[in-house]
Design a protein. Structure first.
Length: 467
């Protein structure tokens, strides 16, 4: 059983020396980086080494691999945790025994944000990309924002940084309601596709959280005009200043003339004028993400043409259609997509650039509850957008196993079983994908668990099969 963090815990006036349990994650490592920049001594632990941990060590963090009570030094003043932590974690248990302040990572971030003009980006999908676009646009406009993103921003090489400006941009996590903790000035809602119902209990409660998030923004709420859930949220908002974005005819920022043959190009209508851009990344969904980022920047008072030109410099984020290598004419990509809507968007974008090649999806279902709820939808989008699919077993994350819930729930729902294989063994899965791959094909791993760790095995299998 994972912990239930106390989101009402009081933030100490002085955090002192801070220990992060699970410091290697994208969100935790970003906050730790800012803590180091703020002059705090930072220690931490994680189950495995990573590039994030190596970067933090270079900045002075002391990090142990493996969770052990001995990692929590006697001189630690504050402990930061995530909701993915198990209740029997020895460092967490010792922190409670000592009576140390134990803060959910969102509270630690709130401590860093205090007094800044905050842009919070929330939504079931597109948060990381939209946050990266806003940050990239601000930098191009000559601003120096503070930011914490859920993935490394290509071109910057980091997921967070301390800036000298008044603006602070964060990817705000709706999964456990912690996005409601922040004192937000500008709220961006990318979409409100039902997710995290294990926490909220119902779609209505999930959508109500976004209503509270939007109405809580001091200056402005920017919300999708296209997503069904976002439209229901918009109808319930009481905010004085609501800006919509998307392809809908009545959107405040309307996207049209979209061309998806390669890097996506599009036009945006805003305030009686039309602006055009070509991004460095593919996909209709990214044209819409760019429109949301544009709405935020013009809402902050920046010039529309310069804002869109700045956003167009965005080159993507880590684990979003990220190329890891090409062997024998077969390219291997990794993508964070873990919801049917995200999988559809990622594969549709891949389709625009794969040319005559085929798409081989390697899908790792994430959490037992999501797999159980969306098995049919995953099967439908994988069968529609991929030519071949390999389904791995479920990555449980914060959840205990559920009897009978495996990756087979997805593979068994394919209408044509000839184009799907359920393979829990990663090496056999990699060998199978390599065996069926042909020149020009894309192999794309999909999931927000640890599926990216199969990429070296895929490349190795391709080398043996085609090298």
């Amino acid at each position: 059983m994972t912990i239930k963090p106390d989101l009402s815990a009081q933030i100490p006036a002085e955090l002192g020396a801070v220990h992060f349990v699970g410091i290697g994650g994208s969100g935790m490592s970003g906050i730790a980086r800012l803590m180091l920049g703020d002059g705090h001594r930072v220690t931490g632990s994680d189950v495995r080494d990573s590039a994030n941990i190596a970067a933090l060590r270079e900045l002075g963090a002391e990090i142990a691999i493996g969770h052990d009570a001995a990692n929590l030094g006697d001189d630690i003043d504050t402990v930061v945790v995530t909701g993915a932590l198990w209740e029997d974690n020895p460092e967490y248990r010792l922190a409670l025994e000592r009576g140390l302040p134990v803060l959910h990572r969102s509270l630690a971030l709130a401590a860093l944000i205090a007094g800044r003009r905050l842009v919070s980006v929330a939504g079931a999908h597109g948060k990381t990309t939209s946050t990266g676009m806003i940050v990239t646009g601000l930098l191009a406009l000559g601003e120096d924002p503070n930011f914490v993103n859920g993935g490394v921003i290509e071109g910057l090489g980091v997921s967070s940084a301390a800036g000298a400006g008044e603006l602070f941009v964060v990817e705000a996590d709706e999964s456990d309601g912690s996005f409601l903790l922040y004192d937000t000035s500008v709220a961006l809602i990318t979409n409100v596709d039902p997710d995290h119902l294990d926490h909220y209990g119902s779609r209505d409660a999930f959508e109500q959280a976004f209503v509270s998030f939007g109405d809580g923004a001091r200056e402005l709420v920017v919300v999708s005009s296209d997503d069904a859930g976002a439209k229901r949220v918009t109808e319930r908002l009481s905010h004085e200043r609501v800006v919509t974005f998307g392809q809908a005819a009545d959107a405040t920022v309307r996207v049209h003339s979209v061309e998806t043959d390669g890097p996506v190009s599009f036009a945006v209508d805003y305030a009686g004028a039309t602006y055009r851009a070509t991004l460095l990344i593919p996909g209709l969904h990214n044209a819409i993400n760019a429109a949301g980022a544009f709405a935020v920047l013009v809402g902050l008072g920046f010039d529309p043409e310069a804002s869109l030109a700045g956003i167009a410099r965005f080159a993507g984020t880590g684990r979003r259609f990220e190329l890891h290598g090409t062997v024998g004419g077969v390219s291997v990509y990794d993508d964070y997509a873990h919801h049917p809507t995200e999988v559809a968007a990622a594969l549709a974008a891949a389709r625009t650039v794969v040319g005559e090649g085929r798409i081989i999806a390697v899908h790792q279902p994430h959490t037992y509850s999501r797999t159980q709820t969306f098995a049919k939808e995953f099967a439908e989008v994988l069968e529609q957008y991929a030519d071949e699919t390999v389904v791995l077993d479920v990555y449980g994350a914060r959840e205990d196993p559920v009897p009978g819930v495996t990756g087979a729930l997805v593979s068994e729902r394919f209408a044509d079983p000839a184009h799907v294989a359920f393979e829990p063994d990663w090496q056999r899965a990699a060998d199978y994908a390599a065996r069926i791959a042909r020149d020009g094909d894309f192999v794309i791993t999909l999931g927000c668990g640890d599926v990216y760790r199969i990429v070296p095995q895929l490349l190795g299998s391709l080398e043996r099969e085609r090298g």
